[in-house]
Design a protein around this ligand. Structure first.
Ligand SMILES: [Fe+2]
Ligand SMILES: [Fe+2]
Length: 385
């Protein structure tokens, strides 16, 4: 358990301590049947009369790259491929069992005592449905946030680039929705912590906060999460879908890094502290989301007991290497932006509590998009064949 944190964390997070499990669990999505969710956008819409294209060369380069790397979710993916979700769930459930055996987990006296392979396979099904559903909802968040950036950012090169990202995100929502609808056997409403975060990002009046919340934090995490999903899925359709989405996402994170680097260089310490607090809040919301509380509810298992089984201590300290790895893109990017160490390392200390600071010197995402362009690589290979 971490040392007592200053009360400021309570103001940021709306709960007494970062690891307060009961407070985390009292946040629930109370209207799971809603079709429309309205959030007030408090930002000014900015015209610019400075039309000089390429005034920011790195953004201009990104824009030109994006125009050439567009793909079509209907024709570039083979939707005729049959997906065997049952086989995947069995594989995941068996891997889980091997891990439990290796750790010598004893189910006696737990809700899992009477579980057979059937329930474990069902759980793996639900986890996949939940994960893909959250990917889809997060993509819609990116679509709306980036449309907001088109309106609010004052630079023409950034408006141009953001317009290509809006198209990318529409395609991402489209392909994840289609995959869920036609290849999987169920879906979930948005996770309550993800929703809180997306609402906060949309609500903020400052244009750079949209970038920080979406391009740096949400998309930084998505890039790592998609990479892990790509490693585990045996499905060739989902593999190609994820490779293509990731090649777009790498550009999106680069867009955030390249834009904020310039803007943050001119901020005061007090202004930087507000950005550090926002990055911390976003990191905590995203970590809370991975408790997957909706899955446990659907399986009829008390989430507290489930967490015990998965060896997560009551204070939910992040000691899971898989969950830590989700922050492997975020931390180096925050460092590159100067957020980690500003104000005597305010954010570094928070990231220490979350157990993710070890990624600070991993590659940042300013240029990585050039290597990750799977669309260009496939086209070159098809052209050569
Ligand atoms: Fe996306
Ligand atoms: Fe994105």
């Amino acid at each position: 358990m971490s040392a007592q944190l200053p009360s400021r964390d309570e103001e940021i997070l709306g709960r007494p301590a970062v690891d307060d499990l009961e407070a985390i669990l009292t946040t629930a999505n109370t209207d799971v049947d809603e079709v429309i969710h309205a959030v007030r956008d408090n930002a000014d819409v900015i015209f610019t009369w400075d039309y000089e294209k390429g005034a920011r060369p790195a953004l201009d380069k990104l824009y030109e790259k994006a125009k050439g790397s567009q793909w079509n979710g209907q024709t570039d993916l083979d939707w005729s491929i049959d997906v065997d979700q049952q086989q995947f769930a069995e594989m995941m459930a068996d891997m889980q069992q091997m891990e439990f055996e290796a750790r010598g987990v004893d189910f006696t006296g737990t809700p899992f005592e009477k579980w057979t392979r059937t329930e474990w396979v069902e759980l793996a099904h639900e986890v996949q449905n939940w994960s893909l559903s959250q990917f889809m909802h997060g993509e819609q968040g990116a679509l709306l946030c980036t449309a907001k950036i088109v309106e609010t950012v004052p630079w023409i090169d950034a408006k141009y680039y953001a317009a290509t990202q809006v198209m990318d995100e529409a395609r991402h929502v489209e392909v994840f929705a289609q995959y869920l609808d036609t290849k999987l056997d169920g879906h979930y409403p948005i996770n309550t912590h993800l929703k809180l975060l997306l609402d906060d990002i949309i609500d903020d009046s400052r244009w750079d906060m949209t970038y920080l919340g979406m391009q740096i934090m949400v998309e930084g995490l998505a890039l790592a999460a998609f990479g892990m999903a790509l490693q585990t899925t045996p499905d060739p359709l989902l593999k190609r879908l994820l490779r293509y989405v990731m090649s777009d996402e790498a550009r999106h994170v680069a867009f955030g890094v390249l834009s904020l680097q310039e803007f943050y260089a001119g901020l005061t310490d007090a202004e930087l502290l507000e950005r550090q607090e926002f990055a911390f809040e976003a990191a905590v919301r995203m970590r809370d989301r991975f408790l997957q509380q909706e899955v446990w509810e659907r399986m009829g298992i008390d989430v507290r007991k489930a967490l015990k089984l998965f060896d997560v201590p009551a204070e939910v300290k992040n000691e899971d290497p898989f969950q830590q790895l989700l922050f492997s893109k975020i931390v180096p990017n925050c460092k590159k932006l100067g957020l980690l160490d500003a104000n005597d390392g305010w954010l570094r200390k928070r990231f220490d509590v979350l157990g993710v600071t070890q990624f600070e010197d991993w590659v940042d995402t300013g240029e990585e998009y050039l290597e990750m362009d799977a669309v260009a690589q496939d086209r070159a290979a098809e052209g050569a064949a």
